[in-house]
Ligand binder design. Sequence first.
Ligand code: TRP
Length: 454
Amino acid sequence: MSDRGNFASKIGIILATAGSAVGLGNIWRFPVETGSHGGAAFILIYLACVCILGIPMMTAEFILGRRTHSNIATAYQQLAPRQPWYLTGYAGMLCVTLILSYYSVVAGWTLKYAMSALLTEMSSVTDTEAYFNDFSSSVWAPIAYTVSFLLITHVIIERGIERGIERFSKIMMPLLLLIMVVLVVGALSMPGAKEGLTFLLRPDFSKLSPDVILSALGQAFFSLSLAIGCLSTYASYFKNDVNLSRTALSVVSLDTLVAIMSGFIIFPAVFSVAGVAPDAGPGLVFITLPNIFSTVFASMPMLGYIFSLMFYVLLVLAALTSTISMHEEVTAFIHERYQLSRRRSAGIMTSVCIILGILCCLSYSSLRDFKPFFGMGFFDAFNYLTAKFIMPLSGIVLCLFVGWRMGRRNVREELSNHGALHIPDWMCGTFIFFLRWIAPLSIALIFINELGLF
Ligand code: TRP
């Protein structure tokens, strides 16, 4: 297994794994979800989900990956030979392929907007809604951007773990955090900062419902890249002296920090321009914000230019560090299982995602009326199937596998790096208890509730 490659440094591990977690889910989806689900009330529930389920499940994925130093399907097979657990590994790879395909479409939009900010095209747009609709419903441009995004991902993956993923994350994640800090300071000094923060942080407990809890849980899973083998693939490249639970804690904290910071960027900005409705829908980043940027541009061109460019570059970077982690999961499997070169394996994954990604693009244009999946087109169907079915179900299996099947001794060995770290009994016991009972039962409850079975 020594020729599989490893992450070389601990900081590289944290930055690459946090790179997987930090993505469009934090900067685009989290503010939208918070804005429409009761502000601080949603944030509190989200934090609870992250602590109760996120940290133990991330640690469990790390255990699975680092224990076996293998891709996700082989990991299950190694630990439970000739038992059907490995099917979850295949389901995870299917899931990650579907997510990567539709995610690349949105990532392509961010690339388009970064280009448009760079070329100052964005500053002259007056009707930002028409601008977005014209772009997303055209046939070729979105496809070109989606394919470009996948090809950039491909190039990084092809270079391998240390020279590709790790090196890229070590440069891009600090840059991303720096851009965020600058944007937060900029946004907080805008005239609407106070109103924006009030909108974001006002705890509206009247909005709390099972549906909100469900959204918080879904958001936590998605944002932390949990449950479908993405993180265990990264963990298979961790060295044996990495403290798994501490790494999970760092990654979860970074991810949550970035999510909250993006709320602190977006809402103060939105409230700074009179007449812009604080639409909390998905159009926030592609319709409302460009509107703000062009207004700022009209009075302070330099500032408008810099802020818009920084914001969309931030989105591109965040998306890219996530797409490489999804890509790696399947590339690692093809590479190891079929003994193909890394370049070939990555090529297969990229090609499949390009085909599926094009179908997702077309569901906004030529195939707009083609809705064969219970009234949904490709984009929505991929999103629905992965978020509502495969992720929760593989999450349950993952917890049961590590909690029951791997057993206390293996888990303990991995958590303590074979005795090198002191892990108190209560901590190990609580961890196993969460994986055996709390996590699977809460996911199951929410899953069943959502299916409307009770
Ligand atoms: N977590 C990323 C985001 O917030 C997306 C992502 C990367 C992901 N890998 C994943 C989501 C695996 C689910 C599963 O944008």
